[in-house]
Design a protein around this ligand. Structure first.
Ligand code: PLP
Length: 436
């Protein structure tokens, strides 16, 4: 199996090369050359398979022979050592909880999988790989945790000073070892710009192997398709048409769900729910894609004005707008609507959602108003405690702090402050070892 660049100006590469490079030399995202459906028997017997077995059979064609089967199985066993429960909160409406991992956000699975693949690829070589990533919150923690202690890989995380929550900051600044946090005097967009500049800096690229750990990277993007298979495994016996509503920012998660559908998983429809960063909902109405600067909201992991993976979704449907609209609906919601949904869910069912899950719930409700008779699943992408202030204030109830979070609250923050791209570059060139 090879991956081609969506810009079509670069050669096709193996999974290994796609993971190490992150993005193609022509700045295109990598995309699988083909996606073969799994055997119908896989879906018939899915209820009897373990999570690891399901994941192994689903990801194997993409990884190809770049990771031996036994190694791939052991990587998956480590990555998938927590639960992905479905919780029914209303008749015909359930949530798929993806926050039971170490940093309590759904990015844990992709980050851990990518980390272990990169670790494996760097075994027996003497080139260190540097993972450079900008975060507005959740990505940094998941990446830091996933890569901690992985040999041959150094991780540098840029985050905007004072603009991530206390919990999020501690998750990415307290680990040490091969993880360094750079605290940028600026916004998330400034961090992102510095990272992008680094990836275009010939001098830097000539001296070190740099890669990114956003959902652009196929090793972070593709494992997310497991969630949809795990959900299907739990609700299949209901014998109902399934609709997934996915709170979306960069559209990597939902795109992975659509890959699961391409593998043969029965799905009636997908709903991409967004906050007021509504580039895709607008596109689904007009067929015109108009990116715009992002607006800050209470569901901040989805504050994206130009979703990087949407091009992969379009490619999955052969750039055919009509075909896409048969499978995907997309709706946007304001912070006010999101808070009302948080309260309503809590009052009606006692369930405590987070702002991202609440947006997913709203999207599902809107779709089901005109499409009854389906079984709806919205994804809970983060634990509500990660958005403590807004959730407690909205539902008027104090949350318990889970053990994973409590643990980092007691650790000491360590970061290096930087202001400009030049600071980042000299830090990288100085050598990561010297700094520690
Ligand atoms: C990253 C993130 C999202 C958005 O996922 P995409 O794959 O970028 O669409 C939604 N919710 C939470 C909590 C996240 O961290």
């Amino acid at each position: 199996m090879k991956f081609y660049s969506i810009n079509k100006q670069a050669p096709s590469v193996s999974f290994k090369k796609a993971v190490i490079q992150g993005i193609a030399p022509d700045r295109g995202l990598y995309f699988p050359e083909r996606i073969d459906a799994l055997l119908p028997s896989f879906f018939e017997e899915i209820g009897t398979l373990s999570h690891q077995e399901i994941a192994f059979r689903a990801i194997r064609q993409f990884v190809g022979d770049t990771v031996p089967d036994e190694k791939l199985k052991s990587i998956l066993a480590e990555v998938l050592d927590f639960d992905f429960p479905i919780v029914e909160i209303e008749e015909n409406i359930a949530t798929l909880e993806l926050f039971h991992g170490p940093t309590m956000a759904f990015k844990d699975v992709g980050a851990r999988f990518m980390a272990r693949c990169l670790g494996y690829f760097s075994e027996g070589t003497n080139t260190e790989i540097t993972v450079l990533v900008a975060t507005s919150g959740d990505t940094g923690g998941a990446v830091a945790n996933g890569f901690l202690g992985v040999g041959g890989v150094n991780v540098v995380i840029l985050y905007p000073s004072g603009k991530v929550s206390d919990i999020q900051e501690r998750q990415l600044t307290t680990l040490g070892q091969n993880v360094t946090a750079l605290e940028v005097d600026g916004t998330f967009d400034d961090c992102q710009k510095m990272v992008k500049t680094a990836f275009l800096d010939g001098e830097l690229l000539g001296r070190m192997q740099l890669t990114s750990a956003n959902s652009i990277n196929v090793a972070r993007w593709l494992p997310q398709l497991f969630y949809f298979l795990f959900a299907y495994r739990q609700v299949k016996q209901k014998g109902r048409e399934i609709v997934f509503s996915v709170p979306s920012g960069n559209f990597g998660n939902i795109c992975a769900g659509m890959v699961a559908q391409r593998l043969g998983m029965p799905v009636e429809h997908f709903v991409a729910a967004t906050n007021v960063n509504d580039t895709v909902p607008k596109y689904m109405l007009s067929g015109e894609y108009r990116p715009k600067p992002s607006t800050a909201t209470i569901s901040n992991a989805m504050d994206v004005g130009d979703p990087s993976n949407f091009i992969r979704i379009r490619r999955l449907f052969g750039d055919n707008f009509e075909a896409l609209t048969r499978h995907l609906s997309s709706y946007a919601f304001t912070d006010k609507e999101t808070k009302e949904a948080l309260s309503k869910i809590y009052l009606d069912s006692g369930y405590i959602a987070d702002p991202h899950g609440a947006v997913g719930y709203l999207g599902l409700k809107k779709y089901m108003k005109t499409n009854s008779g389906v079984y709806g699943i919205f994804l809970e992408t983060a634990h509500p405690v990660k958005f403590l202030d807004v959730v407690e204030e909205t539902i008027g109830h104090v949350l318990d702090i889970p053990q994973q979070i409590q643990k980092v609250m007691d650790r000491e923050k360590k970061s290096i402050k930087i202001d400009t791209y030049q600071d980042l570059k000299s830090y990288l060139l100085k050598g990561l070892q010297a700094e520690r």
